[in-house]
Write a protein that binds this ligand. Sequence first.
Ligand code: KG4
Ligand code: ZN
Length: 333
Amino acid sequence: MSVTILAIESSCDDTSAAVCKDAKILSNIMAGQLIHSAWGGVVPELASREHQKSIVPVVDAALQAAKISKYDIHAIAFTRGPGLIGSLLVGVSFAKAMALALNVPLIEVNHMQAHILSHFIDNQPSFPFLCLTVSGGHTQIVLVKDYSEMEVIGETLDDAAGEAFDKTAKLLGLPYPGGPLIDQYAKLGDKNRFQFPEPKAGDYNFSFSGLKTSVLYFLQKEKKLNPEFVEQNRNDLCASIQKNIIDILLKKLSKAAVNLGVQEIALAGGVSANSELRVRFQQLGLDHGWKTHIPKVEYCTDNAAMIGITAYYKFLKQDFTTQETEPLARYSL
Ligand code: KG4
Ligand code: ZN
């Protein structure tokens, strides 16, 4: 018998619903929230309200695109955490109500596990592999031993890689989220023009808050000499900042992969949409003889398809939850 799952993701500022039939994604619908760009970052209260508006139309669109009726659904999956509590509550409450109405089981999913299992959409990495998960909220190196057995071996001590992109972009006067814009301008710039320091975080851990501070001081100094400095050097600044972040990420990943002796490495999370990171990640694999995995861009940023694929593996183990479940802002792997 095949299994049809409706999956819902609402952990941050994207409302998404997907339908999967076994490990195959039939639809993956997304509603972004442009409202936050005016505020320079995600405003939690506004995010919850936007989810509330979008969730019904997004779920309807996912069912339609998959060409199924709600009566074809065998289980409903949702993101339990980590994320913004008000945002999570909308998805969790919706999933509970729909599961109750349809009398089907509920499956709760950890968002970080889902970013990793997004690799099993149209692909099949071999265990064990090492996954670098880089998003707006998290930066982790995870040793993936099985669909459910994962060990975080390094993580950020302060800002996430996505925040490093977004916060430095803000210093350059770019709107939120600045990561994709840095990526775009960096293509036209000289990445070796400006040097920023490398943080000292032990083992396989990361630290990105120092980059933001050094860019801030550097810009303050330069702007005193030339008020047009940022405008005149934007592309080189973007390329140099991007290089600094990617150097840090790949150095740690490479060290971990060598020491743990893995043969396959994977990249996940919103920052893995970065074009330079994708190229250099693949080159790292070629240099060391490691097989590399990067999901399609639509499965890198937050999406419900990754919740659906994770739920499918949980369904196979009959790993269901109850109506008593509640969202978790912090939820470790
Ligand atoms: O995984 P995601 O969609 O949401 C979270 O769970 O946080 O990641 C969003 C992050 C944002 O910080 C955004 O700036 C960053 O991913 N991002 C990028 C690119 N596309 C998205 N950063 C650098 N280059 C990109 N092309
Ligand atoms: Zn995410």
